[in-house]
Design a protein around this ligand. Structure first.
Ligand code: TYD
Ligand code: MG
Length: 471
């Protein structure tokens, strides 16, 4: 008889406690700890004693490693994020906010793979078969040979896969709806999700099918409940975007079979997700060129250059502690740039609210954006617009120096392609500027002085704040 007892499991991060508590110590979530009955997951003692273990064959590090054959969907933006197609026997978690388009993306991928001759099964635990059909016909994909099922029991799902021809591509929409007979917790609990995911991981490895699990995301951006699942899968993709605009970005957060810095850009249209082959054009299309406080940053997303607009608003504050609000960038990084502006350039923003936004719902993680941010901030403070045909990139160090960043050539090429004439960057080195006029900045103070010199209202410039510290 298996040992039965109660445990208290955090439904957000999976931490286990001996008794109930209101706050999870591990992830800080409130009211996330729930009672679960667990049949002890260990192997019964009688069985344990029998197996002494058997030695396994040891291998050397060198030797032939076959490159994994890939299943290519033909949706280029998706295949690239996956590392050049889906790997048979791999398991991928696709996370994203509700309504962002996960099901749409996966129906399109399923149809494309089915049309390429793979056997594809789409299991929906959230929608009825009719709803999935309706979406497929709206997408014009109703003729694709995708096998559909609306089922939430993991054992039934696995039995379905085992019957019939070998399956190559499986979508489970979503992992949070699954439940397994082998554990007694309620569906949706961490224990259920973890157990179902484990069964599906084992299925993927044994059968050689590529399995995609859909996972919901909570408000703070965590894949809800099964953060534990992230460790079990081969790749974690997130599908991002905000409701206000049509852009969607697919990003690999973890990938055992490919790079993690690639992004795929999509646009949600009336006929499903369409690929955006030249995202820079899209992200700059609604640009308010010539307004103070905006700068174009020449960034890199993986191997691909991407131009984006950075918007800053600096306004006198009436608060004791002025506001710093950042969307799309790291707030610690903003604090650093503000500190360097203050200490090295005499630009005092201690009495100002600072708002920073990356247009188009993009998120930047590169330090190369530092000088674009600094330029936008100073431009907003002084009211001096930046040249609308210039791009910026360069990292600011704590000493106030501007440092070189990688892949300058690719950034310059993209800027030239999109019709920019000027680049503000640290030393060019030995590369070509692609016909762009290069404005070399070696210190942040130099950049600030250059922008301030263009200010239309010199008198309006806060005198004591732009102090005499830098000449
Ligand atoms: P869906 O794929 O159901 O999102 P998720 O599975 O991530 O919850 O997408 C839902 C949204 O996408 C819905 O608000 C409608 C929109 N949509 C379109 O704009 N065009 C389309 O062709 C489809 C199928 C959906
Ligand atoms: Mg869905």
């Amino acid at each position: 008889m298996a040992k039965r007892d109660l445990s208290y499991v955090c439904q957000s991060c999976g931490a286990v406690y001996a008794r109930w508590q209101g706050k999870c110590d591990a992830c800080g979530g409130w009211n996330t700890v729930a009672e679960e009955t667990n049949v002890a997951a260990t192997v019964p003692a009688a069985q344990r004693a029998r197996s002494k273990g058997r030695p396994v064959q040891l291998e050397t590090l060198h030797g032939e490693a076959k490159p994994a054959p890939r299943m290519i969907s033909g949706i280029g933006e998706l295949d690239r994020v996956a590392g050049g197609g889906f790997v048979p026997g791999s398991i991928v978690l696709l996370g994203g906010d509700p309504g962002i388009g996960k099901s749409t993306l996966l129906v399109q991928a399923s149809a494309a793979l089915a049309n390429a001759g793979h056997r594809v099964i789409y299991v929906s635990g959230e929608e009825a078969v009719d709803q999935v059909r309706m979406r497929a016909s709206r997408l014009g994909l109703a003729q694709a040979q995708v096998a559909l099922a609306a089922e939430t029991n993991t054992e039934n799902i696995l039995a379905t896969f085992a019957a019939g021809k070998a399956v190559q591509f499986v979508v489970i929409d979503s992992i949070q709806t699954l439940w397994s007979d082998s554990v007694e917790s309620a569906p949706g609990t961490v224990t259920q999700v973890r157990t179902s995911a484990q069964l599906l991981v084992r299925y993927a490895k044994q059968s050689g099918a590529a399995v995609i699990l859909v996972g919901h995301v909570t408000k703070d951006g965590q894949i809800a409940g099964p953060r534990v699942v992230e460790h079990m899968v081969d790749a974690v993709f997130s599908f991002e975007g905000d409701g206000a605009n049509q852009f969607r970005i697919l990003r690999a957060q973890k990938n055992r079979f490919g790079p993690t810095d690639e992004i795929g850009v999509f646009e949600m249209t009336g006929a499903g997700l369409s690929q955006v082959p030249n995202p820079s054009e899209l992200f700059l299309s609604h640009r308010d060129a010539g307004a103070p406080g905006t700068a174009v940053f020449a960034g890199m997303e993986g191997t691909r250059p991407l131009l984006m607009e950075i918007q800053a608003l600096v306004a006198p504050s009436s608060l004791g502690t002025p506001r710093r609000a950042v969307v799309g960038w790291d707030s610690a990084r903003l604090a650093m740039v503000l500190a360097v502006l203050d200490a090295r350039c005499g630009v005092r923003l201690g009495g100002h609210d600072v708002y920073l936004n990356v247009a188009g719902g993009l998120r930047i993680s590169e330090p190369a954006a530092d000088i674009a941010v600094a330029a936008a901030l100073v431009s907003s403070l002084t009211g001096a617009p930046l040249p609308s045909d210039a791009v910026f990139f360069g990292e600011v160090s704590l000493t106030g120096a501007v440092r070189q960043v990688s892949q300058a050539a690719a950034r310059l090429k993209e800027a030239a392609k999109l019709g920019f004439n000027k680049v503000v960057m640290p030393a060019l080195g030995d590369g070509t500027s692609n016909g762009l006029e290069v404005d070399t900045v070696t210190s942040l103070a130099g950049l600030v002085a250059g922008i301030a010199a263009r200010a239309p209202r010199r008198a309006a410039m806060p005198k004591p704040e732009m102090s005499e510290q830098e000449g």
